[in-house]
Design a protein around this ligand. Structure first.
Ligand code: FAD
Length: 567
């Protein structure tokens, strides 16, 4: 800065101008090259009549209350960012050291030239147009240009241009500041490439992959995962996986940071909404420390305790189906045997029930006092009849096959119901019945006797089939729904068959009640036994008294009912 410019700061009013011109000449006449030294010399012996305002202003400069102009100059000169000052047409007036270092041009090579000396001609013209429109409207422009150094090597310049106005508010200069961001851009590009590469690899993988944050948000997923969203009708698959992992293997996302090396090949079952077949997945999970972007944690990254779960799920429904098929065949054989035993039990129990009635009459007759000799013969006959009746009863009781005592285990009711429907496929198809299967997507396992429970649901479904056959409706439907209600499972079996009259809705559970038009092999023990099984599991079964146009049976099974009843 020249002395004239330094003096323009002190032009307080026009009356002072003559004196100031004199002072300016005095300061210029001092020998030193340094403006500050010259001011100090001047203050040491100011000319007579120097205005006090000028002396105060110079003294305050001296006492460091204001930074001396030299310091501003040094600051700009030594700033680590390339700085240039141009006239309003971008003709360069000044460049700093960093500018020289960055561009490779010495200042004398560029002063007087246009900033376009740096242009590599790879920047689109529209960018320059936008740059000039912005700075011409007296605003700051910020953007990226492709520049080249003196060596013609290209670099990316992150540039800020700020208009500098004179005291009339007109643009007198432009201040340009730029830095080389080529390396940062290269890193960004590499990061983008890595991301694309990772995404392509994930998408090409046949297994489901998702990264789930601690708040259950999905941070990253692949095509296989997205396909599941469609299969599960818009329900977020991650939440279904997490629920299933939690309920079926006790995995807790909030402790994901502690899972160590994670879990591998944990098989879980998901039931898609809308009655589609259940799907099986072998899941593996590893924890990944979550990114912490908070400024206050800048120096604490390593201490971060929040983790995401990288979930990899391989669909194993195919192999599960094959195993399931083999299991079903085994169950079929087992159930046929059970059915035979059950039919025998029902037939013998029926016979016992029927014989018991006349025996009771005979017992009652014999308990009456004998009236005369002629009745003695009758009493003897009755006693003989009672004796043979009792013997027959004893033989029947002996012939009654004993019920199978079964151990308890954890039972997935969705799986069991699905199995029962599969076992009944032939009957359902031949009766033209549509099954509307509405399982809860994830259901906790119940502690129970699997064969007894399977028998229970088989009774209910067989009853529904029989009811639909007797109703002879054109459209025949059985709806099976499962739900979880806190610690209870609710199972609903509904049909649009003949229904049960309101008055009989409790009676149907009594032994040997049979309301079918064609009882065939039915002895009326099915619902009695079904009720026995449910009660044995600490639950209850009831027929919806307010349901018309068919029958709706509700079964409520407590998750730990069996434990409680065993205690
Ligand atoms: P030009 O033909 O000079 O200009 C291209 C387009 O820019 C024109 O079609 C027009 O739309 C617009 N334009 C150019 N000059 C003016 C003007 N005076 N008034 C209105 N519109 C105009 N450019 C760089 O490439 N690298 C830099 O580092 C750089 N730093 C700059 C720093 C400052 C402080 C300023 C003020 C400008 C800077 N420029 C820089 C812009 C530079 O002055 C040129 O406009 C640009 O380089 C394009 O020059 P060109 O010869 O390729 O095309």
């Amino acid at each position: 800065m020249g002395i004239a410019e330094a003096f323009s700061c002190f032009e307080i009013h026009s009356g002072m101008k003559v004196q100031l011109a004199m002072i300016q000449r005095k300061i210029q006449s001092t020998k030193s090259d340094n403006l500050v030294d010259r001011i100090n010399d001047f203050l040491a012996s100011p000319p007579e009549g120097t205005p006090t305002e000028v002396l105060e202003a110079f003294s305050s400069l001296d006492s460091n209350q204001f930074l001396p102009p030299k310091l501003f100059y040094e600051l700009v000169e030594q700033a680590p960012i390339a700085i240039s000052i141009t006239d309003p047409t971008a003709r360069i007036l000044y460049v700093n050291c960093a500018f020289e270092t960055l561009t490779g041009y010495a200042r004398e090579e560029v002063i007087g030239k246009n900033e376009s000396v740096l242009s590599s001609k790879s920047t689109p013209e529209s960018v320059y147009r936008e740059l000039w429109e912005t700075i011409h409207s007296n605003k700051v422009w910020q953007g990226t240009l492709v520049n080249h150094r003196k060596s013609q090597e290209e670099y990316l310049a992150e540039l800020t241009i700020s208009p500098v106005n004179n005291n009339k508010g007109q643009t007198a200069y432009f201040l340009g500041m730029h830095r080389d961001i080529t390396e940062m851009h290269q890193l960004e590009q590499r990061l983008k490439f890595q991301k694309n590469l990772t995404e392509a690899a994930l998408n090409a993988a046949p297994m489901v992959v998702a990264v789930v944050a601690a708040d259950r948000k999905v941070l990253l997923d692949n095509h296989a995962y997205k396909a599941l969203i469609g299969d599960f009708r818009g329900v977020e698959p991650a939440s279904l996986f997490l629920e299933a992992l939690e309920q079926q293997v006790g995995f807790d996302l909030s402790t994901v940071c502690q899972v160590g090396s994670g879990f591998t090949n944990v098989e879980i079952r998901l039931d898609p909404p809308g009655g589609a077949a259940p799907r099986w997945f072998a899941c593996s999970g590893v924890h990944v420390p979550e990114l912490d972007e908070a400024a206050h944690n800048y120096f604490k990254q390593a201490e971060s305790t929040r983790c995401c779960l990288l979930l990899i799920a391989n669909e194993v429904t195919g192999s599960r189906k094959r195993i399931q098929e083999a299991r079903l065949n085994m169950i079929r054989a087992n159930m046929a045997e059970q059915q035979m035993v059950q039919t025998m039990r029902e037939a013998i129990s029926g016979a016992i029930f029927k014989i018991q009635a006349p025996l009771n009459v005979i017992k009652a007759a014999l308990s009456m006092p004998a009236a005369g000799q002629e009745n003695m013969g009758m009493r003897i006959v009755l006693q003989q009849a009672l004796k043979s009746g009792d013997e027959a009863m004893e033989s029947l009781h002996e012939a009654l096959p004993s019920p199978v005592v079964e151990k308890t285990s954890l039972v997935n009711i969705n799986e069991l119901l699905h199995e029962v429907v599969k076992l009944s496929t032939e009957n359902l198809l031949s009766a033209g019945i549509v099954v509307d299967w509405r399982p809860a997507p994830v259901l906790a396992e119940v502690n129970g006797r699997i064969n007894a429970l399977r028998g229970l649901f088989k009774y209910l479904i067989d009853n529904a089939i029989q009811s639909l056959i007797e109703a002879k409706q054109d459209y025949r439907e059985i709806r099976i729904q499962t739900k979880q209600d806190n610690q209870d499972l609710l199972i609903e079996v509904m049909d649009n068959g003949v229904g049960i009259p309101k008055a009989h809705r409790l009676k149907v559970f009594e032994p040997f009640y049979c309301g079918w038009e064609q009882p065939k092999e039915h002895a009326g023990m099915g619902l009695t036994m079904a009720q026995e099984v449910v009660i044995g599991h600490g639950g209850n079964v009831e027929i919806d008294a307010n349901f018309y146009g068919g029958c709706r049976v509700f079964v409520r099974l407590p998750l730990n009912g069996m434990e409680e009843t065993l205690l």
